[in-house]
Design a protein around this ligand. Structure first.
Ligand SMILES: [Zn+2]
Length: 137
């Protein structure tokens, strides 16, 4: 018996194994959008190491204590339902890219969705999450 492949949490309608898992296993994101989607999926799946590895050292949320940081990410993943990712705008550049999205989230049955403009920068051939600005919707 083969298990039905599970849908990727990023909402691409692809199987996880054909989508974000490739990046979670070390594949190179071709652009800012795929990196962004893979980070959303990583939060949904509690892959703290991936979140940390794809955060730019200049990002305000970057923490030098991996242990505390990992704990925070895992707590967020555990207490949050990742309902849906809605992409509003994408700008792909050679070294910089940005994605505006709405993360539809629930915590304890409460809607904690937010809209964000995320900026990404390519460092040594890999896209990293540089910063995020909450925007209203
Ligand atoms: Zn995906």
């Amino acid at each position: 018996m083969t298990a039905r492949p599970r849908a990727c949490p990023c909402g691409s309608k692809l199987a996880y194994q054909d989508c974000c898992q490739i990046l979670h296993k070390g594949g190179i994101a071709p652009g800012a959008l795929s990196l962004m989607r893979s980070r959303y999926s990583a939060y949904a799946l509690g892959l703290a190491d991936y979140i940390m590895a794809t955060t730019h050292p200049n990002n305000p949320s970057y923490e030098s204590s991996e242990r505390d940081w990992r704990k925070k990410i895992l707590a967020f993943s555990r207490t949050t339902s990742f309902v849906r990712l809605e992409i509003l705008d994408v700008q792909e550049g050679e070294q910089r890219g940005s994605v505006t999205f709405i993360a539809h989230l629930l915590q304890g049955g409460e809607d904690v969705s937010f809209q964000e403009l995320s900026t990404f920068e390519k460092v040594d051939g890999r896209w990293l999450y540089l910063q995020g600005a909450k925007t209203s919707h």
